[in-house]
Design a protein around this ligand. Structure first.
Ligand code: C2O
Ligand code: CU
Ligand code: CU
Length: 418
């Protein structure tokens, strides 16, 4: 038999309806007809090709968030597939096992496109991860958590405001429950919201173990009772449901801005006992060494509440302007300040991964000390990150706030790697 070294997917962008509320058809924009989009399973070092016809009425651009990929396949804001057109994205996956996601990035439309459904998981596996005794197969579950606002007629309400989206969806469903066996599960959690921050915890205050962050496994597991995730951040956690009696339930809750309407995220009903051969080993991965930085750059995230306009270091995004030029191979410290007294932001850079050095001088928790591509920056806070531009690609990339309502209003800038 012939072994192919390419996995090919056909994922048209379509306008269709989804049954978000039982019995109600809600118009949505999708990848491949499902809400959210299909999960792509990729293998480190093996090519994935996505063929993408655009069957909606606006231009689209699919960005693979967290991917090491050349600029032509990065899905930039102006690199649009016109309505009726199509293109092929090629991903070489030269990176370690990680939970990534793909989403629309068409400039000024990305917030609405993503809000209406244009995102999906992209999971990369590798040999190191395969050799670990972690929960796998049906016990390895991707979970995208996001908020949404539904009109009484079932259509989606869209504006750029945070408080018009009271409904929480898990994998596209409201008030979800999940029947689990009394054993360990790996939950790959993505905050897929446009703006809402989450702080996940279990309703009994119980512990769970974080094993991965944005760009792959942590060096060692981190046992905790709380998991903060801003939009676009990912974390893989292992929850041991054998701590709960069969017949009982435990709820994944949001402890950030707890409101009665959206505190409960996902109820786990423990329905049966199970043999559990899985475990979480004390060592998970070896992170690449860090290098000494050659320089420090300073950025501010600025947000105008009156106009809703965003900017970075005083400048609203402009396609023509080069905001930052870095040399391939360099390591730099980027210091990013959120100038707003009460609005949270975060900061994402395409292509690269980075390490969080500190936030307002405080070192990150072990859960945030692994490979990251998005960093939370709370009101008034300053984050310092160590960024390696050590991938074999050059050209145009982007950095932006990933509260996607903000980036689509201009809180984005151009990065040139030379
Ligand atoms: Cu998910 Cu430009 O980002
Ligand atoms: Cu990205
Ligand atoms: Cu922001």
């Amino acid at each position: 038999s012939v072994t192919s070294t390419t996995d090919t997917y056909s994922i048209p962008v379509t306008q269709t309806t989804a049954e978000i509320i039982p019995g109600v058809r809600t118009p949505v924009l999708t990848y491949g007809g499902s809400f959210p989009g299909p999960t792509i399973k990729a293998r480190s070092g093996r090519r994935v090709v996505v063929k993408q016809p655009n069957r909606i009425t606006t231009g689209t651009s699919m960005h693979l968030h967290g991917a090491v990929v050349d600029p032509a396949n990065d899905g930039g804001p102006m690199d649009l597939i016109t309505p009726g057109g199509q293109r092929t994205y090629t991903y070489p996956n030269p990176q370690v096992a990680a939970t990534l996601w793909y989403h629309d990035h068409a400039h000024h439309m990305e917030a609405e496109h993503v809000y209406r459904g244009m995102s999906g998981f992209y999971l990369i596996s590798d040999d190191n991860e395969d050799a670990l005794p972690l929960p796998r197969g049906t016990y390895d579950v991707p979970i995208v958590v996001r908020d949404i606002g539904l009109n009484p007629d079932g259509t989606l309400f869209f504006d750029h405001n945070f408080d018009t989206r009271p409904q929480i969806l898990v994998n596209g469903k409201p008030q979800p429950y999940f029947q689990v066996a009394a054993r360990k599960y790996r939950l790959r959690i993505l905050n897929g919201s446009n703006q809402r921050p989450f702080e996940f915890r279990l309703s009994d205050g119980g512990e769970f173990t974080q094993i991965a962050s944005d760009r792959g496994l942590l060096p060692a597991p981190y046992t905790t009772t709380t998991l903060p995730l801003s939009p676009a951040e990912r974390a893989d956690i292992v929850v041991d449901f054998s701590r709960y009696p069969v017949g009982s339930s435990v709820v994944l809750e949001n402890a950030y801005f707890p409101e009665p309407s959206n505190k409960e995220i996902l109820r786990f009903d423990v329905v049966r006992s199970a043999y559990d051969p899985s475990s979480v080993p004390a060592r998970l991965a070896t992170l690449p060494p860090t290098a000494a930085p050659t320089q420090t750059r300073n950025y501010t995230l600025d947000f105008d509440v009156q106009t809703g306009a965003g900017s970075i270091s005083g400048k609203t995004w402009d396609e023509q302007r080069v905001d930052t030029t870095v040399r391939q191979g360099d390591t730099e410290v980027w210091e990013i300040k959120n100038t707003h007294p009460f609005i949270p932001h975060n900061f994402h850079i395409h292509l690269v991964d980075f390490r969080i050095l500190d936030i307002d001088g405080k070192p990150p928790t072990p859960g945030d000390a692994g490979l990251k591509d998005t960093v939370r920056i709370g009101p008034g806070e300053t984050a310092r990150i160590l960024v390696h531009f050590d991938f074999p690609y050059s050209g145009r990339y982007y950095y932006h706030c990933h509260l996607i309502d903000h980036s689509s209003m201009g809180m984005m800038a151009n990065l040139e790697i030379t």
